[in-house]
Write a protein that binds this ligand. Structure first.
Ligand SMILES: O=C(NCCCCc1cc2cnccc2s1)c1cc(-c2ccc(F)cc2)cc(O)c1O
Ligand SMILES: [Mg+2]
Length: 214
């Protein structure tokens, strides 16, 4: 039977990365996706911007929407303080199964809770299911047409507090025009665009960092 791209990505991690070494997992995925087979990880260039936002915040509670193979999950988890809570949501069971193995190879399975399902279904349940009051950081990297409705849903569910940061991938490519329009014009947010490139390409893309003002 044919292997899937995520399976081939996992094989590259198991072949080229050192167990328990998150940086070697990140490097192995970037090498594979740059030289062998493109995949929709946030990548090394935008990944450095993600790293700087996470390091600057030292967040106690993080939500990632869109795990895929766990690349950004590993990038974030490796920088979190010991008792931080980190939830990552993945819709596709095949992707989730691969991500669990990538996260385990990095030795970070204790720091991450991977939940399978749709953001619209899970966001209203997070408070009670995981004992989380509010998130300090949300990384949006899932269906691009869900960024806006899910942001409004997180507001309604009281998951954001004054100072919570939303960091959104792909605001240019594939693009999230309704989200950008909302977040840049809303008095409830202070936004800044970090210009970069679509992972492993020369195409423009970027991250939008938005601070919830309450
Ligand atoms: O679609 C992208 N990411 C979303 C897929 C995850 C689906 C989920 C839905 C869902 C719902 N609820 C909970 C969890 C989840 S996970 C994506 C696509 C490109 C891209 C692809 C082709 C191309 F030519 C140029 C760019 C680049 C990227 O960086 C991406 O992130
Ligand atoms: Mg993305």
């Amino acid at each position: 039977t044919q292997s899937t791209r995520p399976q081939r990505l996992l094989s590259a991690v198991q072949k080229n990365a050192t167990r328990g070494d998150p940086c070697s997992v990140v490097r192995a995925i970037d090498d594979f996706c740059r030289h062998k087979e493109w995949a929709m990880n946030v990548g090394d260039e935008k990944g450095c911007i993600l790293d700087s936002v996470v390091s600057e915040m030292n967040p106690a509670a993080v939500l990632e929407l869109g795990t895929y193979c766990g690349y950004s999950t590993v990038r974030i988890a490796r920088l979190l303080p010991p008792d931080a809570k980190f939830i990552t949501l993945e819709f596709n069971p095949g992707f989730a199964a691969i991500a669990r193995q990538v996260i385990a190879w990095a030795g970070l399975e204790e720091k991450v809770q991977l939940v399978e399902g749709a953001s619209g279904d899970w966001i209203p349940k997070i408070k009670e299911q995981f004992g989380i009051k509010t998130f300090d950081l949300v990384f949006l990297d899932h269906w691009k047409d869900r960024y806006l409705p899910d942001t409004k849903l997180m507001e309604e569910c009281g998951l954001l507090r004054k100072g919570s940061v939303l960091l959104a991938d792909n605001v240019i490519c594939p693009g999230t025009p309704d989200y950008l329009e909302y977040i840049r014009s809303s008095p409830k947010y202070e936004s800044r665009y970090f210009k970069s490139h679509l992972e492993y390409t020369k195409v423009e893309d970027g991250l939008e960092k938005s601070i919830f003002l309450g």
